[in-house]
Design a protein around this ligand. Structure first.
Ligand code: NDP
Length: 277
């Protein structure tokens, strides 16, 4: 029997990158999946990719929604329940390092930027957790939150608010894991390092082509990524699936797995982005 057979998964931020690869993996291993994001064209690309992996159309639920809105969250959850009848797995993956409107990049970014960053990377996860909790308790379900090595312990002066939001997400996950495990729900966290996705396009305003060049060039710098190459979404999807698979990881509760090709061991990012003198 397929690993996720009989399970229903919601993967937020699955119109691109890590979320897309995760949705494809979970669905191709038997899960019924709700895929979601704001961009309907990219969401359809994900849907097609899931179908191409051999998944039946009836096992995919595509929902265009903004995860930072209550309406969007409710739609994702209600349509999943309507189509599949239950929720077993919640992957809180949607996130971004949102550019500051004033063009600042470091600790002088506007407070509005901080608020947006917290709303997307922390608050939406808290809200999705609260709203799915009764459904996940019924199925003894799993939550996997996607954080970042930016959460620390090393400083990330080039992405202060994003890193702060992800650090808060990590501590929220640990604290909440204690409450939820008593209801049979597990929460764990994955911290990716650099992964070749649309993330840099959003964060640094790069074109898709320049973004790819950036990721490839970072992979060639051993003191940034000791593994010698930039991560691909599939590298993260397999770690996320491990934590979403109770049989494989049942005794892991409230923990964080770093998947970064060794970046956090060498802390070489600052040599590229520059520490302010
Ligand atoms: P992508 O930009 O490729 O994907 C981000 C996804 O999040 C998209 O599907 C996007 O959908 C969705 N999203 C963003 N904002 C919203 C919103 N307001 N409402 C709904 N969906 C939203 O990046 P990644 O795949 O790399 O990012 C996935 C996760 O991994 C994020 O949490 C990110 O912080 C984390 N991460 C990524 C790293 C990397 O190097 N790539 C490094 C460390 C962490 P849409 O645009 O359609 O709304």
């Amino acid at each position: 029997m397929a690993r996720f057979s009989g399970k229903v998964a919601i993967v937020t931020g699955s119109s691109n990158g890590i979320g897309r690869a995760t949705a494809i993996l979970l669905a191709s291993e038997g899960a019924k999946v709700t895929i979601t994001g704001r961009d309907s064209e990219r969401l359809e690309e994900t849907r097609q990719a899931v179908l191409k992996a051999g998944v039946q159309e009836a096992n995919v639920n595509a929902v265009v929604a903004d995860i930072t809105t209550s309406k969007g969250q409710d739609l994702i959850i209600s349509s999943t329940l309507k189509k599949f009848g239950q929720i077993n797995i919640l992957i809180n993956n949607a996130g971004a390092n949102l550019p500051d409107a004033s063009g600042n990049t470091r600790s002088n970014c506007a407070i509005e930027n901080l608020q947006k960053m917290l709303q997307l990377n922390l608050q939406s996860v808290v809200e999705m957790t609260q709203k799915t909790r009764p459904h996940l308790a019924k199925t003894r379900g799993e939550i996997v939150n996607i954080s970042s090595i930016g959460a620390g312990p090393s400083a990330q002066p080039q992405s202060v608010y994003y890193s702060t939001a992800k650090a808060a997400l990590d501590q929220y996950s640990r604290c909440t894991a204690i409450d939820l495990i008593s209801e049979g729900i597990r929460i764990n966290v994955v911290q990716p390092g650099l992964v070749s996705t649309g993330f840099s396009t959003a964060a640094r305003g790069l074109s898709a082509e320049d973004s790819l060049k950036f990721y490839n060039s970072m992979g060639e710098i051993p003191h940034c990524i000791p593994a010698g190459y930039c991560g691909q979404p599939e590298h993260l999807a397999s770690v996320i699936a491990f934590l979403a698979d109770r049989k494989a990881s049942e005794y892991i509760v409230g923990q964080t797995i770093i998947a970064d090709g060794g970046t956090s061991l060498v802390l070489g990012m600052h040599s590229v982005f520059g520490v302010k003198k």
